[in-house]
Design a protein around this ligand. Structure first.
Ligand SMILES: CC(C)(COP(=O)(O)OP(=O)(O)OC[C@H]1O[C@@H](n2cnc3c(N)ncnc32)[C@H](O)[C@@H]1OP(=O)(O)O)[C@@H](O)C(=O)NCCC(=O)NCCS
Length: 232
């Protein structure tokens, strides 16, 4: 996308796009995060049509996500193509790729995978510590809340943020396959190791889209990311 090495905006952008989960990425999958301020630019006219009437902050985060997705698609050798928004607000990925976007106050993350290798991807970023205890009954099952209560107090903010983020990543990953709403009490998360979580339905049998691990990353002192990948 950055064809002109002398263009200072392109240079700045290249310097501030940080790979996420480099052990999992490669020729078929790219995942990165970047500060929103490094991702300013005009969206494709078709993309602009989907966001023209939104407030300016929302336009900025929308454009940032699109820009990052285009940079990652380019890294994978995929041709430029607009990333439209469906009526249900989910992204409509071109047929040759799948992916996922997330933004929060200051940063943006995106994942793009070749459709030949990935059925679906979910990515989510969150600011650590915003999942207050009063939200636990809404966001978490009793078993999840019991697990948080057993943790050392200085680890609770990080773990609750990761569990919340994991449910968001799962939702984004499963949606293209099922087109179904999933509530926070419909699934439960467990920690499987230091860098991975597992998800299971609280009612009914687990499906193929519950089977993959959800990877967790602390990307800075203030932000975490989670990523779910469903291979083809
Ligand atoms: C869709 C949702 C997951 C987005 O998460 P969020 O934390 O609000 O916002 P994020 O910035 O992380 O993600 C926004 C991006 O998600 C993507 N998105 C929106 N709806 C989506 C869907 N149904 N499926 C997949 N991706 C979706 C979009 O790309 C959007 O960015 P864009 O509008 O700029 O294109 C959330 O708003 C939502 O509706 N959650 C309710 C369901 C849920 O989370 N259940 C959890 C239990 S499984």
């Amino acid at each position: 996308m950055c064809l002109n090495a002398q263009d200072s905006r392109c240079y700045h952008r290249a310097m501030t796009i940080h790979p996420l989960l480099p052990d999992l990425t490669g020729p078929d999958l790219a995942i990165s995060w970047a500060p929103l301020e490094a991702l300013s630019g005009d969206p494709h006219p078709d993309e602009w049509e989907d966001i023209a009437s939104a407030a300016s902050n929302r336009q900025k985060e929308f454009a940032a996500g699109r820009l990052l997705a285009h940079v990652l698609s380019d890294q994978l050798g995929l041709p430029p193509a607009p990333l439209r928004r469906a009526d249900d607000r989910s992204p409509v990925w071109p047929a040759d790729r799948t992916g996922s976007l997330s933004h929060c106050d200051t940063i943006c993350a995106a994942a793009v995978g070749k459709r030949s290798a990935f059925q679906s991807v979910g990515v989510d970023i969150e600011t650590i510590g915003r999942v207050e205890q009063k939200l636990w009954p809404t966001l978490f099952t009793e078993k999840e809340a019991g697990y948080f209560s057993s943790l050392a107090p200085d680890t609770v903010a990080l773990e609750t943020t990761l569990f919340f983020s994991a449910k968001e990543s799962f939702y984004k990953c499963q949606y293209p396959l099922t087109k179904e709403w999933v509530g926070f009490q419909d699934v439960a998360i467990t920690r499987t190791d230091q860098h991975a979580l597992a998800i299971a339905p609280t009612r009914g049998a687990a499906q193929a889209w519950h089977a993959a691990p959800i990877h967790t990353v602390k990307i800075s002192a203030s932000h975490v990311a989670t990523v779910m990948l469903l291979h083809a």
